[in-house]
Write a protein that binds this ligand. Structure first.
Ligand SMILES: C[S@@+](CC[C@H](N)C(=O)[O-])C[C@H]1O[C@@H](n2cnc3c(N)ncnc32)[C@H](O)[C@@H]1O
Length: 203
């Protein structure tokens, strides 16, 4: 089998920064995971095929449906009450009920700072002590001279409209939530068109 096909068969289109977290043991003891803003479930094949207790949430019914079909096709367990179609600021699960929240390429769709805050607080609410919060989001970090402001909803040089934050905002939220940085904040600058930041917190 080609190397690319072999990796794909195990990991699907798993985000490379999430792969890094798995490889470094961050999911060794964290078995109850929530993919918040799961989309079509590109980050889920590994977790579904390895017995993780998976929950998914997305505002888009088609996305949740696609993940249900993915799980069914894999013969993986994904109970109805683990699938939620709705906004991330009102999740149906109990406080401290998951060991990890994955929020990949979602927070930059926040309408404004209030929406950003509400989603964050809600995802944090369902995260158990000792849990991991993994987020990838568009930020202004490294792109300051190309943007109108460091925080807010704006057009990025790649032409997309996103809600972006800066490093100070991420550090302020880290403290406000009572989390600690599991890794230094890392940002990938895509040729000054957009910057994607990996923000990982331990609760
Ligand atoms: C770019 S996709 C990312 C999907 C997946 N996490 C990934 O990394 O491929 C963003 C997803 O977030 C969902 N989304 C955006 N804002 C949301 C919100 N406020 N509440 C729930 N889902 C939201 C969208 O419906 C979409 O499926």
């Amino acid at each position: 089998m080609r190397p690319s096909a072999e990796l794909h068969s195990q990991f699907g289109d798993l985000d490379i920064y999430l792969f890094d977290q798995i490889q470094r043991g961050r999911f060794d003891e964290r078995r109850r995971i929530l993919d918040a803003g799961c989309g079509g479930g590109r980050n889920l094949p590994y977790f579904l095929s390895h017995g993780f207790d998976v929950r998914v949430a997305d505002a888009d019914a088609a996305a949740v449906g696609a993940v249900r079909r993915l799980a069914a096709a894999m013969g993986a367990s994904l109970p109805d009450d683990h699938c939620y179609c709705g906004p991330l600021d009102v999740l149906p699960w109990a406080d401290r009920s998951v060991d990890a929240v994955i929020c990949s390429a979602v927070l930059h769709f926040a309408r404004d700072e209030h929406d950003f805050a509400a989603m964050l607080r809600e995802m944090w609410r369902v995260l158990a002590p000792g849990g991991l919060f993994f987020a990838r989001l568009a930020t202004s970090i490294g792109l300051e001279r190309h943007l109108a402001a460091p925080v807010g909803r704006m057009r990025l040089p790649d032409g997309s409209d996103r809600f972006v934050v800066d490093e100070a905002t991420l550090l302020r939220w880290t403290a406000t939530l009572g989390g600690t940085l599991a890794d230094p904040i890392k940002t990938t600058n895509v040729q000054n068109l957009r910057c994607m930041t990996t923000w990982v917190l331990a609760r």
